[in-house]
Write a protein that binds this ligand. Sequence first.
Ligand SMILES: [Zn+2]
Length: 234
Amino acid sequence: MSENTTPLPDFTRWPSFPFEGDMRVKKLAPPVDVEPPRSGEDGSDCVACGTPDDAYIWVSERWRVRAMDRPTGLPMVLILECRSHLDLGDLPNLLAAELGVMTVRLERAIRSLDGVARVHVNRWGDGSAHLHMWFLARPYGRLQLRGTFLSLWDDILPVVPEAKWRENVALVAAWLADFGGQANAEPAHIEWESPSTFSVPVPSGTDADPESGRRPATLGDVEAAETPYGPAVP
Ligand SMILES: [Zn+2]
């Protein structure tokens, strides 16, 4: 077996690259002849189509926006989906035009949050067939998080406080509802920090430090669970 001597690419020396130390390039797996179907490829097992409106922070006649189950490292990570089971290249003109409007509107809403400098908009689509656009907020002043690796930093940074995160989710939902549709996320009126608000319970007998427990369903978790083939997320 020959030694892998592929040189490390320049980006491993960028300030924004999250890792340091000894690294080597993974051996490239041979290409497959036929790619496996993505989740929801035939429409019958589509998670997005099977998820009710109340799991989304905002819904309208043709679009829905959802948040992660719990706060993550970035101030805000949201997903925009069309209601119809379509992928990006399949959108009819009406939805294609509305996608542009919705993208701009959601970017503005997230950028209006305190402490957000920039909003990265991504569409990968390797894991799930139903169109979903990722909106990732970069915290203001964190120059090291600029650019390509922001989605990796989401799993590295300390999780943002849940109270602040819920408040921000509600602000974005309210912003979108000003233009139509329905906001499902509202600011909590009592007990922000109630443990019952966590969807993943901390096992008894272990400490409750979020750094030592399971993290929520983040970009990385979804990637690990559903797309073993590359850097993409569903
Ligand atoms: Zn679908």
